[in-house]
Write a protein that binds this ligand. Structure first.
Ligand code: SAH
Length: 370
């Protein structure tokens, strides 16, 4: 208790999580150590789950002590953890300055996914989103993004195979750090870039820059409305980048990366869940000839000024059928009860949706869900 209220003295030690093997090696070499020591340390940081320098058992004790004096591993601190009966774990992590973000560990039968935050809070201001209501504090560093994954990996016997940038924040508002973190997860942790998904509210310059960055991850677009007037009511950044500009950037992304997109469509009862809106959405995507599934995400209740509510099962069905008529593959994820909290249920469902697998099928027969 007392700890959190006491201001910590600023720690000037350099943080290792967030640096590449080459950079860590450089530090070790400049300290007079052989290069292979750098590789060993990086291996412990990214692949062998060291919680401290003392865990690095193939490093001589004197060097471990020296490293601890000069450097910090830089993993986040656990503040809170909720474990659901289906195996989902929601983490609340504190960064070195005490600010907190959420991450989620999502075990399924065929894969183990994590949902990562990219910012503390979010400046996008979407009217249906819980994170937006808390405002924005700062960007996370690349090390703070990867650190969430490393912490969760350390706690799990199963290997994390997928990561979705769908926690707190807008990834493309924190472009440099997000791209650095994707590269680190790809090359240092060893998860294929194909298994990483970046979800965006539609930041046009960010989508274009990501296409050019040579990190061919899956891009998920939070579309949520088929026309600008409605979209702008839901997503304030829609006033800066309209749907046509976003579609153009998405087309560039698919051409450049050869990856399909995922279109996320949040369904809010009586607001954007009409059959006419489904028809407009189908026309929009087909006109732009954009490949990719549409994932329907029923609104997860958040007490918003707009008083939004969940769509009825009937409305969801009609919306889906209308979209399917256009030849589009539509995935729809229904909520499974989660003992954790509404926000986590929301993340869990959304992660399943963008990764295009069926939460219910994955859950059937999974021992953790029984
Ligand atoms: N800023 C990024 C990623 C974080 S939000 C983005 O906008 O895509 C991750 C996803 O959760 C987005 O699709 C977002 O629209 C959705 N989301 C936010 N609030 C929600 C709610 N109350 N119910 C269901 N999904 C929600």
């Amino acid at each position: 208790m007392a700890d959190s209220s006491v201001m910590k003295e600023k720690d000037n030690r350099e943080v290792l999580v967030g640096k590449t093997t080459a950079e860590i090696t450089q530090l070790l070499v400049s300290g007079g150590h052989p290069a292979y020591r750098g590789q060993q340390v990086a291996g412990w940081v990214y692949r062998k789950g060291a919680a401290s320098f003392q865990d690095m058992t193939d490093i001589p004790a004197s060097l471990r002590t020296e490293l601890g004096e000069k450097y910090l591993l830089g993993l986040p601190e656990l503040r809170h953890k909720d474990v659901s009966s289906d195996g989902t774990i929601k983490y609340l992590f504190a960064m070195p300055d005490g600010l907190t973000v959420e991450s989620v560990f999502l075990p399924y039968q065929q894969r183990v996914s994590v949902c990562l935050s990219t910012q503390v809070g979010c400046p996008a201001g979407c009217t249906f989103c819980a994170t937006a209501q808390g405002g924005f504090a700062r960007n996370l560093t690349a090390g703070e993004i990867v650190g969430q994954l490393l912490f969760m990996q350390r706690e799990s016997e199963r290997r994390i195979s997928h990561a979705v940038y769908m926690g707190m924040g807008e990834p493309l508002f924190n472009f440099e750090n997000v791209v650095t973190s994707l590269r680190l997860i790809g090359s240092e942790v060893g998860i294929s870039l194909r298994n990483l998904t970046v979800s965006t509210v539609g930041v046009v310059p960010g989508i274009e820059a990501l296409a050019d960055a040579d990190v061919p991850v899956t891009l998920a677009l939070s579309l949520h409305a088929p026309e600008d007037t409605l979209r702008q009511q839901l997503i304030p950044t829609g006033r800066k980048w309209n749907i046509n500009e976003i579609m153009k950037a998405c087309r560039y992304y698919t051409h450049k990366t050869r990856r399909n997109l995922t279109f996320e469509y949040l369904l809010i009862g009586g607001i954007n869940d009409g059959v006419d809106q489904a028809a407009k959405l189908a026309t929009l995507l087909n006109t732009w000839r954009l490949p990719g599934n549409v994932n329907l995400i029923p609104f997860n209740y958040v007490d918003t000024p707009g008083g939004y509510k969940r769509p009825t099962p009937e409305a969801i069905r009609l919306f889906r059928e209308e979209l399917e008529k256009s030849g589009r593959i539509v995935t729809q994820r229904m909520t499974r009860g989660t003992a954790i909290s509404a926000a986590c249920g929301q993340l869990r469902r959304n992660v399943a949706a963008v990764q295009q697998f069926d939460l219910r099928l994955e859950a059937v027969g999974s021992p953790s869900s029984l």
